[in-house]
Design a protein around this ligand. Structure first.
Ligand code: ALA
Length: 523
């Protein structure tokens, strides 16, 4: 009986806030500007620099501008929900912690596991995009990496007749070496510490915002409005239900086409604003600064993105845009080779800062889960005595990301990241609705406006985008969640702090049966 109720048992909001009073916490060093910079650092990256070219060319045409607006609006709904939660429960763990206080342990596990997927697979995607731009820069100075070490070892061939939505094939490359190397370097920086990381990030953010403004301001002089016709050559939608077309066109391999399908791809460009909430524990004034960081970074990025796509599709006809490095290539096509080199270099810097924030976030989700006993605490909650970082899990995630980035192709990684993130957003929006019912009186320094409308619209928009992705992604998401379920039922359920409380195994307040303080081992 107690075991069954454990699955749906929730952590109390008060308990959560009490936990924050413990002294084994991360250092509070981040203010609103740093948090917004971390948000922008996480958001502008491979999505705009790499995915835009392919999405405009193959999926949406110039109407990709509308796709960016649609994805931006979806994120704003989710961001408002994130901000309410982040201001109420400013502890590390983001949506995982929110789910634990509203929907219970099982949902919390699912979302925590899903967030690790988002950040780790997202980081591998970004490392892959980084490698493309880095190689463009190297080429500019006459260095060419051998073909065997230049790209992913595998490629995915979509096939609507296959039950798995397609199959992987080997390529002529053994490993994407630049991607693996950058992941190792970032891992080392993150083990050393958050303060240094935030400073490094600020420089990168300045460079990439300058690059994006350069693209918009210089590119605007080369726009030919004729290139915007036809505006939506692939249609306005592109929705399928587990591979069965519902609205809009599809490729022969079963990949949806159109503005919504484009939005589902470039949604990747917005991922990252939510990671601001995973730094709540390191924020100086989390109740005020975290919502500011989330919303400000998202609004700034939406405006910049729409402007970049307008310029890009105005400079080059959509069906001639380069699918690997569309933004920098547009300048080369207009005879601006120097500009191409400048943008590629700044792109490398910009994408690096995204990688940094994504790889910073995954170990922090594990940290929150470890404090609750759902993953081994000795490993995942071990804060380094000198650097005060979760160093062991940072290195584990680094190894996982390096393997994915070295072997898998960017499109498969990108789609998987998107579906995992959209799923997390659905849960966060749902959690806000539940929390308003179960804890109506709780202090909410930031209130999501127009509840229930905004969370409900957030859920619907995310589901539509999930159904605009190729069907194979649903299978991969289910596969990842099934693996997570096995781990939960074999480990997490038996070691959960909440579960032990329910079973009466914890006798002394604040001390687990192993004699370990509930908020983790001493640093
Ligand atoms: N939004 C991030 C990017 O575009 C993940 O690289």
């Amino acid at each position: 009986m107690a075991e069954k109720s454990q699955l749906f048992a929730t952590k109390s909001l008060k308990g959560l806030l009490d936990e924050m009073a413990g002294d084994h916490r991360l250092r509070r060093v981040l203010g609103p500007v740093t948090l917004t910079a971390l948000g922008i650092g996480a958001v502008i990256g491979a999505g705009i620099f790499v995915a835009t070219g392919e999405a405009a060319h193959t999926t949406a045409g110039p109407a990709l501008m509308v796709s960016y607006a649609a994805a931006g609006i979806t994120c704003i709904f989710a961001a408002l929900c994130y901000a309410e939660f982040a201001s109420m429960a400013p502890v590390a763990g983001s949506a995982y912690t929110y789910a634990y206080t509203t929907m219970g342990e099982l949902f919390a596990w699912i979302i925590g596991w899903d967030l690790v997927l988002e950040y780790a697979v997202g980081a591998a995607t970004v490392a892959n995009g980084w490698s493309s731009y880095f190689q463009k820069v190297l080429k500019g100075i006459g260095i060419v990496i051998p073909a065997e070490m230049r790209g992913a070892a595998l490629t995915f061939k979509e096939d609507s007749r296959s039950i798995l939505g397609g199959h992987f094939e080997t390529t002529s490359s053994y490993v994407n070496l630049p991607a693996v190397i950058i992941v190792i370097i970032i891992t080392a920086i993150l083990v050393k510490g958050i303060k240094e990381s935030a400073g490094f990030n600020a420089v990168m953010v300045a460079i990439k915002v300058a690059a994006v403004l350069f693209v918009i301001l210089v590119g605007a002089f080369f726009v030919n409005p004729d290139n915007w016709h036809p505006f939506a050559p692939y249609g306005w939608t592109g929705i399928s239900f587990f591979g069965i077309p519902v609205h809009g066109e599809e490729t022969e391999g079963g990949k949806p086409l159109g503005v919504l399908a484009g939005a589902a791809i470039i949604f990747f460009a917005y991922i990252g604003f939510d990671s601001v909430s995973t730094h709540a524990e390191e924020a100086k004034n989390p109740k005020r600064d975290v919502p500011i960081g989330i919303i400000a970074s998202l609004l700034i990025c939406t405006v910049l993105y729409i402007a970049v796509v307008a310029v890009l599709t105005g400079m080059v006809k959509y069906d001639q845009i380069d699918v690997n490095a569309g933004v920098s290539d547009a300048f080369s096509k207009r005879g601006l080779a120097v500009a191409e080199f400048i943008i590629a270099s700044a792109g490398v810097a910009g994408i690096t800062s995204v990688l940094l924030v994504m790889m910073l976030s995954a170990p922090r989700v594990f940290l929150a889960m470890a404090r609750d006993g759902l993953v081994p605490r000795e490993f995942f909650a071990d804060v380094h005595p000198k650097f005060q970082t979760p160093w062991k899990s940072t290195m584990l995630i680094g190894a996982f990301v390096a393997v994915l980035a070295g072997l898998l192709p960017i499109d498969a990684l990108l789609h998987l990241t998107n579906i995992g993130t959209l799923f997390a957003f659905v849960i966060v929006c749902g959690a806000v609705l539940i929390m308003r019912k179960t804890n109506p009186q709780a202090e909410r320094p930031f209130r999501c406006p127009l509840v229930p409308l905004v969370p409900v619209l957030g859920i619907l928009c995310c589901l539509i985008l999930m159904f605009s992705l190729p069907a194979a992604n649903w299978l991969r998401l289910f596969g990842w969640l099934a693996l997570g379920m096995c781990i939960y039922f074999l480990y997490g359920r038996h070691h959960s702090v909440l579960g032990k409380e329910l079973r009466g195994e914890i006798t002394t307040h604040g001390i687990s049966p192993a004699g370990m303080p509930l908020d983790g081992p001493k640093a």
